[in-house]
Write a protein that binds this ligand. Structure first.
Ligand SMILES: Cc1cc2nc3c(=O)[nH]c(=O)nc-3n(C[C@H](O)[C@H](O)[C@H](O)COP(=O)(O)OP(=O)(O)OC[C@H]3O[C@@H](n4cnc5c(N)ncnc54)[C@H](O)[C@@H]3O)c2cc1C
Length: 338
C-alpha cells in the first residue's frame, strides 16, 4: 500500500492526481517552475460534456471555467472551407482550474527533479507527470514530438467568432484559432516542419493584436503503445510522459485525466495499470500510424484504408468525447486532400 507519494510536474495530470488520491495517501508535488513563472501551455480546447464528469470527480464545477462554447469549426483546406458542427467543444480557463486544483496542496515550486532518489528518497512511489520531458523514465526511440508555438492575443478586430483550424499540407500539423471570449484568442500552430514561424506574427500585425503571452513547447504524439516502459524503479509515468495525447488533434487534457484515473484505480498493481493504459489508448496507435505515414510521405490510401475506416468509426462513435461531429464526406476530404 502506497503511503508517501511524490508527484513530479504540476500540469493537468499532476494537479488532477493530487485531487484524486485516496485520503490515506500523503502526497507532495514538485514543480520545476517557480510559482510566478508556472503556466499551463495549451490552447485550452476540450469537450465540455466529457470533461465535466472528470472534473466533478475532483470536486470542481467545470462550467465555472468555460470561456467560449463552440457552435461550428471551420477547417480551412486552402481552396475550400469545411464546416464541422460542434458537439460540446469549448475553451476553458485551464490555467485557473489547474491553479485551483493546486490550492491547499503541498507544492514545492522551483524544484526541478532529475532523479527519483536524492530529494525524493523518502517517498514510496514517484509519479512522472513531467509531460513531454519524461524526465524520470528512460527515453524511447522514435519519439515523435511536434514543435508548436502559440500566442494569446487581444484585439477588437479578431476575424473569427468560433474555432478555426488550417491543417498543413501532408497533415504534418495545423494552425489554430481558439476563441477565449472578451476579445481574446489563442492563435497557434504545431507542425513537424515548423512552417508556422511567420504566420503568427502576420496575424498579429493584420488584426492589430496585443500579444498577451507567447508560449510554446513540443507536443508528444507518440502513443502509449510505443512509450514503454511506463515504470522505472519506484517511478510510474502518468499523462503525456507516457504518450496520452490523441495524435490526430494533439489533444491531451482529457486523455491525461483519464490516465490519472487509471493510475488511481490500479494503485499497487503495476501490471494492471500497464494493461489498462495499453487497452484504453489502443486506438491512438492506429491514428499515430496514419499520422506517421503522412509525415514521412509514405501514405497510401489503399494500404491505409482499414486503418482510416477504424479511425472514422471511432471518431463517429465518440462525437461527444471529442466535441465535434464526424461525417464521412468531411473526414474523407480532410485525410485525403492534404
Ligand atoms: C501549444 C499546445 C497547445 C495544446 N492545446 C491543447 C488543447 O487545446 N486541448 C488539449 O486537450 N490538449 C492540448 N495540448 C496538449 C495538452 O496541453 C497536454 O497533452 C497536457 O497538458 C499534458 O498534461 P501533463 O500534465 O501530462 O503535462 P504538462 O501539462 O506538460 O505538465 C508537465 C509539468 O511538469 C513540469 N516539469 C517538467 N519537468 C520537470 C522536472 N524535471 N521537475 C519538476 N517539474 C517538471 C512542467 O513545468 C509542467 O508544469 C496542447 C499542447 C501544446 C504544446
Amino acid at each position: 500500500m502506497v503511503t508517501r507519494l511524490a508527484v513530479v510536474g504540476t500540469g493537468v495530470a499532476g494537479a488532477y492526481l493530487l485531487n484524486r488520491l485516496p485520503s490515506d495517501v500523503e502526497a507532495e508535488a514538485f514543480e520545476m517552475r517557480s510559482e510566478k513563472n508556472w503556466y499551463t501551455v495549451c490552447a485550452w480546447g476540450t469537450s465540455q460534456p466529457f470533461i465535466s464528469d472528470l472534473v466533478k470527480k475532483a470536486g470542481f464545477n467545470f462550467e465555472d471555467y468555460v470561456l467560449h462554447k463552440g457552435k461550428n469549426m471551420i477547417v480551412d483546406l486552402g481552396d475550400e472551407e469545411v464546416n464541422i458542427p460542434l458537439r460540446g467543444l469549448v475553451t476553458y480557463d485551464k490555467h485557473r482550474l489547474t491553479e485551483d486544483m493546486l490550492k491547499g496542496k503541498k507544492v514545492h515550486w522551483g524544484a526541478q527533479i532529475k532523479e527519483a532518489n536524492g530529494n525524493l528518497a523518502g517517498f514510496d512511489t514517484v509519479v512522472d507527470a513531467t509531460g513531454m520531458h519524461r524526465t524520470l523514465l528512460p527515453k524511447v526511440n522514435d519519439d515523435l514530438l511536434i514543435p508548436s508555438l502559440e500566442y494569446q492575443v487581444k484585439s477588437k478586430e479578431l476575424p473569427y467568432d468560433d474555432f478555426v483550424i488550417r491543417p498543413y499540407p501532408g497533415l504534418t500539423g495545423y494552425w489554430w484559432y481558439f476563441p477565449l471570449g472578451d476579445g481574446l484568442a489563442h492563435v497557434g500552430a504545431g507542425d513537424v516542419r515548423g512552417r508556422y514561424r511567420y504566420e503568427l506574427d502576420e496575424f498579429v500585425k493584420k488584426y492589430h493584436c496585443e500579444v498577451v503571452r507567447r508560449i510554446g513547447r513540443p507536443v508528444r504524439v507518440t502513443p502509449p503503445k510505443y512509450m514503454e516502459p511506463f515504470f522505472d524503479g519506484k517511478v510510474t509515468g502518468v499523462g503525456e510522459s507516457i504518450g496520452t495525447v490523441y495524435p490526430m488533434l494533439g489533444e491531451g487534457i482529457i486523455p491525461s485525466m483519464q490516465c490519472v484515473n487509471l493510475f488511481v484505480d490500479h494503485m499497487g498493481d503495476r501490471e494492471g495499470y500497464r494493461r489498462a493504459v495499453l487497452e484504453h489508448y489502443a486506438v491512438y496507435a492506429k491514428v499515430y500510424k496514419f499520422i506517421k505515414a503522412k509525415v514521412e510521405d509514405k501514405f497510401s490510401f489503399a494500404r491505409m484504408l482499414p486503418t482510416l475506416l477504424s479511425i472514422y468509426l471511432y471518431m463517429r462513435g465518440n462525437e461527444e468525447r471529442y466535441g465535434l461531429q464526424t461525417r464521412l464526406p468531411e473526414f474523407y476530404k480532410i485525410v485525403t486532400r492534404l
